[in-house]
Design a protein around this ligand. Structure first.
Ligand code: UDP
Length: 327
């Protein structure tokens, strides 16, 4: 049976990589991308020439259609702290309002998949974080529009699963980076790379000892395509997906600084409520997706991402790198 699929946020960083994977499917009849190009970019999809693909420019929470879709992937949301902190209400609408709206567009028996985040663990008190960990999140803090709207959307989808039997798939992604991140995205790896190529000054917030587990996008999308549609999995989530090698921010900055001569590191004031650590417990992921591993270490992933950023600069794409954030 052929499938009609909708992906919200399909022009975004991870969404556009998923679009590439979806279009490899022989059972795909049509693919609708709903994206408002707030953080997504048209050029992320400009290499595609496939009659099954249609792109609608629209806020996901406002999208109207009489069509029903066999599979929906809800990826629309800013993921970078400066972006969601600038427009918190819009962030909540995209996640929660978007999911509510998309549920109405699901065909009977259809599946809805959702990109949640390691941010649901807040500033974790245990490490690594298994899916059963309930997190340490401040529901009125500066990150709450993102953390809490992801948590609320998880709740919404789980309740739909529990009370209506809707087929859901929920992943919690840990600090994904790689080609197609906006140069002005503001997250650590993309910031450091675009700063290294333009201003030559990397902005490290706080002392840089805070750590993250950095996942290269190809590894992450390998897991997503298996979990969202390829593997016959009977588990609705939540599922941690990431690379469990945890590295301090200052080490990433130093690594990038030594790749490009003359680059310097600026120590900037800490960001309020910046989580001190983050590392996925991947035991469940390894059981659900046997054989999957994040194979690309940060050295290789950064080299690939740097090549991509360089090519962007050479092709004259807008590569304005942000300076220090002011909150
Ligand atoms: N970070 C930094 N300089 C930057 C961007 C980020 O020092 O230019 C730090 C940030 O304060 C955080 C870590 O890198 O401790 C990861 O930040 P990012 O925005 O990439 O992801 P998140 O905070 O959402 O995990």
């Amino acid at each position: 049976m052929t499938k009609s699929v909708l992906i919200s946020g399909g022009a975004g960083f991870i969404g556009s990589h998923l679009v590439d994977r979806l279009l490899r499917r022989s059972d795909l009849d049509r693919l609708l991308v709903v994206d408002n190009f707030w953080t997504g970019l048209r050029r992320n999809l400009s290499h595609i020439d496939d009659p099954r693909l249609r792109i609608v420019e629209c806020d996901v929470e406002r999208f109207r259609s009489d069509d029903r879709f066999d599979e929906i992937l809800h990826m629309a949301s800013p993921a970078s702290p400066p972006w969601y902190m600038r427009e918190p209400v819009r962030t909540i609408k995209a996640n929660v309002g978007g999911a509510l709206n998309l549920l109405d567009k699901l065909a009977p028996g259809g599946r809805i998949s959702f990109a949640s985040t390691s941010e649901v663990y807040g500033d974790p008190l245990i490490s690594p974080q298994p899916e059963s960990y309930r997190g340490a999140v401040d529901c009125t803090g500066p990150r709450s529009s993102y953390d809490e709207s992801k948590r609320c959307t998880e709740s919404l989808l789980f309740e739909c699963h529990r009370t209506q039997g809707i087929d859901v798939r929920i992943v919690r992604l840990f600090n994904v980076y790689g080609p197609r991140t906006r140069p002005d995205d503001g997250r650590a790896v993309s910031n450091f790379l675009s700063q290294a190529l333009t201003t030559g000054r990397l902005t490290v917030y706080g002392d840089g000892t805070q750590s993250r587990s950095w996942g290269y996008v190809d590894d992450i999308v390998d897991a997503l395509e298996r979990y969202f549609w390829l593997d016959p999995v009977d588990y609705c989530g939540p599922l941690n997906i990431g690379n469990d090698r945890e590295i301090a921010v200052i080490d990433i900055a130093r690594y990038i600084a030594q790749l490009i001569p003359g680059v310097e590191i600026d120590i900037c004031p800490p960001i309020p409520q910046d989580p001190t650590n983050r590392r996925p417990d991947l035991a469940l992921c390894r059981r659900i997706l046997p054989g999957w591993e994040a194979r690309i270490g940060y050295e290789q992933g950064i080299a690939r991402t740097l090549d991509w950023f360089r090519a962007q600069v050479e092709h004259g794409a807008d590569t304005h790198a942000p300076g220090p954030v002011r909150l």
